[in-house]
Design a protein around this ligand. Structure first.
Ligand SMILES: *[C@@H]1O[C@H](CO)[C@@H](O)[C@H](O)[C@H]1NC(C)=O
Ligand SMILES: *[C@@H]1O[C@H](CO)[C@@H](O)[C@H](O)[C@H]1NC(C)=O
Ligand SMILES: *[C@@H]1O[C@H](CO)[C@@H](O)[C@H](O)[C@H]1NC(C)=O
Ligand SMILES: *[C@@H]1O[C@H](CO)[C@@H](O)[C@H](O)[C@H]1NC(C)=O
Length: 334
């Protein structure tokens, strides 16, 4: 190899469009309101990571920190309530991807990954016939309309075995959603950060790393400037009319090793931070320091139990009404 070609060889990795390492694709100021205190989680590595303000149909819907070396997200940060766009939610096929990861001049918005390939991110064909689900970090079911549709982008997905994905939905995602509704009832907003950690040595298409752990951290608190908050600037759902049941800030965290048989563990945000080796998930939230975490943990345990009780009592109420109606009609069968 001559000197000239050697020089070219050394330059190549730099010229590779994949060399967007650590670069901010879009100004995070444009979507900082997805973070509690408008401050991103602190202490995550920056090497080979890019920040994505997730844009779809002219709105920002969430933020993702993405690893171009593993082709999976580190985390997605999102909120409840936060439903933007007037179109009904849908699951596009194939999923979206982020064209700016490969070409900074490309569309700012996520677009279909149909017919694409990339060395820096996953595209839909990478998951086909792999035996793995495209496991959402920000769940499809959490908000509505275009905000839900925008979660079906591969920069928000990690490979998960189907059963493990289902168990995570039941053991963590559904509980987080109920806590978010509860939080909103008291006039607050839920800030959530959901991520992956600890690589296995399994790779899809010799490219996409399968992580070992899924985790999520939540903070229920009042957003700073409610009149100027894009997430609150739309038609708020009806839970707000419900009676206030719990009137305090709180935080909580969940973690699961993504083996189907291993159950999800609930822990405090501080414990999760320690396990991830990061500094701070939220700028300031009740229950994230050694002083108030034990008390908050207990309260969240009660909230979760109460939510389970809620659905039971709702059904017994429906049952009672039906029974009375039937009695009125003289239909006594027991
Ligand atoms: C993002 O913010 C920058 C300035 O911080 C602004 O110039 C740019 O237009 C914004 N992008 C969008 C899509 O709003
Ligand atoms: C969601 O979409 C429906 C129509 O599909 C619309 O009526 C509703 O206002 C939208 N919600 C928000 C918050 O924009
Ligand atoms: C994907 O692209 C192929 C060829 O470019 C086209 O035939 C097909 O209809 C596209 N599928 C979708 C869902 O857009
Ligand atoms: C990742 O693995 C290390 C070593 O086994 C462990 O200490 C750590 O808790 C794991 N991280 C998470 C988030 O589970």
């Amino acid at each position: 190899m001559g000197t000239a070609s050697l020089a070219l060889f050394l330059l190549l990795p730099v010229l590779d469009p994949g060399a967007v390492q650590g670069e901010v694709i879009q100004d995070l100021n444009n979507c900082s309101w997805f973070f509690q205190g408008k401050t991103p989680p602190q202490g995550f590595d920056t090497q080979n990571r890019i920040k994505i303000c997730q844009r779809y149909k002219n709105h920002y819907h969430f933020v993702t920190l993405y690893r171009t070396d593993l082709r999976i997200p580190v985390y997605s940060a999102y909120r409840y309530p936060c439903t933007m766009g007037v179109d009904k939610k849908r699951r596009p096929s194939p999923w979206f991807y982020e064209p700016q990861i490969d070409d900074p001049r490309a569309s700012m918005e996520m677009i279909s990954s149909n017919g694409t390939s990339s060395g820096n991110q996953a595209v839909d064909t990478d998951y086909q016939r792999s035996g793995y689900d495209r496991g959402h970090l920000y769940p499809f079911s959490f908000n509505s309309n275009d905000s839900a549709t925008a979660t079906t982008t591969l920069t928000n997905a990690v490979p998960q075995k189907h059963k493990a994905n289902e168990n995570w939905a039941e053991e963590a995602e559904s509980i987080v959603r109920k806590l978010a509704v509860e939080c909103h009832r008291s006039g607050r907003s839920m800030y959530v950060v959901t991520g992956s950690a600890n690589s296995t040595n399994i790779k899809l298409k010799n490219k996409i790393v399968v992580p070992e752990v899924a985790w999520t951290a939540l903070c229920c608190t009042s957003p700073p400037d409610q009149n100027n908050d894009p997430c609150l600037n739309n038609n708020l759902q009806s839970e707000r009319e419900n009676v206030m049941m719990y009137n305090k800030d709180f935080s909580a965290a969940f973690r699961k090793r993504m083996m189907p048989e291993e159950t999800t563990v609930r822990l405090t945000v501080r414990e999760l931070q320690e396990q991830l080796g990061v500094v701070k998930m939220f700028e300031s939230c009740r229950g994230t320091s050694a002083d108030d975490e034990a008390e908050t943990f207990k309260e969240v345990t009660m909230l979760i139990a109460q939510n389970r009780g809620d659905s039971v009592s709702k059904w017994s109420w429906v049952f009672a009404v039906v029974y009375c109606l039937l009695s009125e009609l003289g239909l006594k069968w027991f």
